[in-house]
Design a protein around this ligand. Structure first.
Ligand code: UD1
Ligand code: UDP
Length: 383
């Protein structure tokens, strides 16, 4: 019987860990499964824990308002180290590229506890973008003993960095497992409840008619703080004034740097078809992604989910580590220049052929069985 400790702290990690945890929890013959949340995020994490019914065994409750990288890194390293000392798991599993991912992997490495890295091998090879996630990923790859790569391309990146081939497993992205679980819950019977919850979240879905479209916006990356987010906000204003038959819905991330940048833009809260709302529970957000005509985002996870839901994405970043969807044609990289965002959105609204091509491209991120594959590898002791 192996003792497995899952460690995560933010919204995207929770979403991508949830289906994997569910698999391990079920297999009581082989695994004793523990969950530790650092709570690097608080509200955005709790909303995912509630949705997937995850009750952490350990909650380090580390989030502070407007936390800086050195302090959150130190708190996670100390908090997770103390827990590892006490629990002595056989494996620590981390996910993705956040400070929790890197600091928890480092804590495990210091105590000679092997680390399995879920969503390994994504790279831009640009230390400044995404910042600090690119380096968090690279450092986690140096620390991990097992690497669960979503795609073949991610595996190739790891092999180029001399990661031993027999420690790398292509599993698909666990976000597909999560998405499938949630899409199943969005039955027609649930839609009334969803509409009610969205109204409470300040967006009335009954506004959408065959002639009124929805464009969803999210933006939160550190490299976009300040001028980047300000340009996105100005583009949102320009677009919502130009296209009054389109609703622009922007659930605004809790990071105070994001909120400050948006607030600085005059008039942003006064446009009847531009909705700046609180972050949405994952199920509501998935529902809106599915309904949306288009998504403008700098999110990593959304770049993977939207193609699976058949919704085109304009990625507001200079580079992306998720190049598979670029090659498949479901997403386009446009940066955060105001004029470019307005122009590219306008093109998709005006050119049905261009739009249809993006919409029908095939999602390259897996089949929803990543969690099962990860479990099988660990069942065989990492082979
Ligand atoms: C973090 C990750 C980023 C990931 C993102 C997902 C790092 C360095 N950054 O960025 O990789 O893409 O999460 O969303 O690991 N806050 C709240 N409530 C919440 C969440 C955040 O109030 O539920 C506020 C707090 O003031 C907090 C701040 O946001 O201090 C920043 O949180 P932090 O986790 O450091 O960075 P994110 O920008 O959320
Ligand atoms: N998401 C959500 N509610 C929102 C916005 C996003 O549940 O209001 C989900 C989204 O579907 C994706 C995840 O949060 O699964 C992405 O989180 P984020 O963009 O914060 O982080 P990233 O993926 O960029 O690391």
């Amino acid at each position: 019987m192996k003792k497995i400790l899952f460690v995560f702290g933010t919204r995207p990690e929770a979403i991508k860990m949830a289906p994997v945890i569910a698999r391990f929890k079920k297999d009581t013959a082989h695994f004793k499964t523990y969950v530790c949340v650092t709570a690097q995020h608080r509200q955005q994490l709790d909303s995912v824990l509630r949705l997937f019914g995850i009750k952490p065994d350990f909650d380090l409750n580390l989030m502070r308002r407007n936390q800086h990288l050195p302090e959150i890194t130190c708190r996670i390293l100390k908090g997770v180290s103390a827990l590892l000392q006490k629990l002595q798991p056989d494996w620590v599993l981390v996910q993705g590229d956040t400070t929790t991912t890197f600091a928890a992997a480092l804590a495990a490495f210091y105590q000679h506890i092997p680390v399995g890295h879920i969503e390994a091998g994504l790279r831009t090879y640009r230390a400044d973008s995404p910042y600090p996630e690119e380096i968090n990923r690279q450092l986690t790859s140096r620390l991990a003993a097992l690497h669960f790569a979503p795609t073949k391309l991610n595996k190739e990146n790891l092999l180029k960095e001399s990661v031993p081939a027999d420690t790398v497993f292509v599993t698909g992205n666990t976000v597909m497992d999560a998405l499938q679980l949630i899409v199943k819950k969005i039955s027609p019977a649930q839609e009334k409840k969803i509409a009610r919850q969205l109204r409470l979240a300040q967006y009335d879905i009954s506004r959408l008619t065959p002639t009124r479209k929805l464009i969803l916006i999210t933006c939160h990356r550190r490299e976009n703080f300040g001028p980047g987010i300000e340009q996105v906000a100005r583009a949102a204003i320009q677009l919502s004034k130009a296209y009054t038959q389109v609703d622009f819905v922007w659930p605004v991330h809790f990071n105070p740097n994001v909120r400050k940048a948006i607030k600085n833009i005059k008039g942003v809260s006064k446009i009847p078809n531009l909705f700046l709302i609180e972050p949405l529970d994952y199920l509501l957000f998935v529902y809106l992604m599915k309904k949306a005509f288009l998504i403008l985002t700098d999110s990593g996870g959304v770049q993977e989910e939207a193609p699976a839901l058949g919704t085109p994405v304009l990625v507001m970043r200079e580079v992306t580590e998720r190049t598979e969807a670029l090659s498949a044609g479901c997403v386009k990289l446009i940066g955060t220049d105001f004029q470019t965002i307005v122009r590219e959105t306008g093109k998709l609204l005006a050119q049905p052929k261009l739009y249809a091509k993006m919409k029908k491209a095939v999602c390259p991120y897996g089949d929803g069985k990543a969690g099962r594959r990860i479990l099988e590898v660990l069942k065989k002791g990492g082979k």
